[in-house]
Design a protein around this ligand. Structure first.
Ligand SMILES: *Cc1c(COP(=O)(O)O)cnc(C)c1O
Length: 368
């Protein structure tokens, strides 16, 4: 039985007529930009995240970038972020004109090591970006204390953690701002590109609203230089429909994760990622560490089980980012060498989960 890495068709079937109706409404009104679905989704998503405000934007990278620019972070500033993340986290810092400073991660969870982050704080440090990697949330209580001690702007990269909690708090409610991506395969995915910033700071939200719309304020006034990075109405309409299913879908992901945990518990060559007991993860990916990762993926693929890697290189292992590593980053590099992401999406069937486990066990066996 083939098991694809993601299955958007199953999700679309689940949504059926609701999705088509929502899109048809936008098309019939020709309300492609700034249509009513945008503000409706922003309100619903802010409430969902337990945040005051949500600003819809064009994608998750621009969400990071606009949050930094709105917080006045730019040339001369340093921004601390983990070396194990998607390159977009560092990329947005560079486009804001600031300097990324990569720090190592906890080898058990893959999340930013806050002790290493504090050690990296210097005179120019202006912001800290914890990344809620693989669907698990960073301990934001500790991150907030660190940011407060050093006067840093705290920006959650929550692209992989829609709906996750830690200590009861939702991703997107704990930083000075949080960025989200709604890339189609994320837990909450658009039908194309989309993103958002949540924040409790009304003035910051207003700056983002202006920046995403050419720096406009009112009608024909452009008091700041912005960019075109609005959330499209069609995407907002699709997101509004899917948001109503997000908790149920995240619960299905957690059940699949528990199934994998149980089935792989006896495999001593498979090391699972440790999710903190205070965390309620949403499993954007289900990641394990295995020896001989590339051979194992190849073998699983031959049986029809597709896997992915998040990520096969730490950020500084991509040439243009190497200068942002100031210390050795052994935990991030160790994870990059060994992680494998197993198929994980709400509509996975039990027989498919068993097939994944079987393919992985056989691949490990072949490597003995
Ligand atoms: C997906 C992702 C982004 C970028 O989002 P896009 O919508 O693809 O621009 C940023 N950070 C992390 C951690 C991501 O997973």
């Amino acid at each position: 039985m083939p098991v694809p890495f993601v299955d958007l068709a199953a999700q679309r079937t689940d949504l059926g007529a609701d999705l088509e109706r929502a899109l048809a409404e936008v098309i019939e009104a020709d309300a492609y930009v700034d249509g009513p679905a945008v503000a409706r989704f922003e309100r619903a998503y802010a409430d969902y995240c337990e945040a005051e405000r949500c600003c819809g934007v064009a994608n998750g990278t621009v969400a990071l970038f606009l949050a930094l620019v709105a917080a006045d972070i730019g040339p001369g500033d340093e921004v601390i972020l983990p070396a194990m993340t998607f390159v977009a986290t560092a990329e947005a810092v560079v486009w804001a004109g600031a300097q990324p400073v990569l720090v190592d991660v906890d080898p058990e969870s893959g999340l930013i090591d806050l002790v290493a982050a504090e050690a990296a704080v210097g005179d120019r440090t202006a912001a800290l970006i914890p990344v809620h990697l693989w669907g698990q949330m960073v301990d934001m209580g500790a991150a907030r204390e660190l940011a407060a001690r050093h006067g840093l702007f705290l920006l959650e990269d929550a692209a992989q953690a829609q709906g996750a909690r830690h200590g009861g708090h939702r991703a997107g409610s704990q930083g000075d701002a949080a960025s989200f991506s709604f890339y189609p395969a994320k837990n909450l995915g658009a039908m194309g590109e989309a993103g958002a910033v949540t924040t409790g700071d009304g003035a910051l939200a207003e700056r983002i609203v202006s920046l995403r719309n050419h720096g406009r304020d009112g009608h024909d006034e452009h008091p700041v230089i912005g960019v075109n990075a609005r959330l499209e109405t069609l995407q907002a309409a699709a997101l509004e429909v899917k948001l109503s299913r997000l908790d149920a879908w995240n619960e299905m992901r957690r059940e699949h994760a528990a199934h994998y945990d149980d089935a792989l518990a006896g495999e001593e060559r498979v090391r699972s990622i440790r999710v903190a007991p205070e965390a309620e993860a949403v499993f954007y990916t289900y990641v394990v560490r295995v020896p001989d990762r590339d051979r194992i993926r190849e073998s699983m693929s031959e049986r029809g089980v597709q896997t992915a890697v998040h990520y096969s290189r730490a950020v500084h292992q991509h040439a243009p980012y190497s200068e942002f590593a100031r210390t050795p980053l052994p935990a991030a590099e160790g994870l990059a060498a060994e992680v494998i992401s197993l198929p994980m999406y709400p509509h996975l069937r039990e027989a498919q989960l068993d097939e994944v486990v079987e393919a992985l066990s056989r691949a490990l066996e072949e490597g003995r």
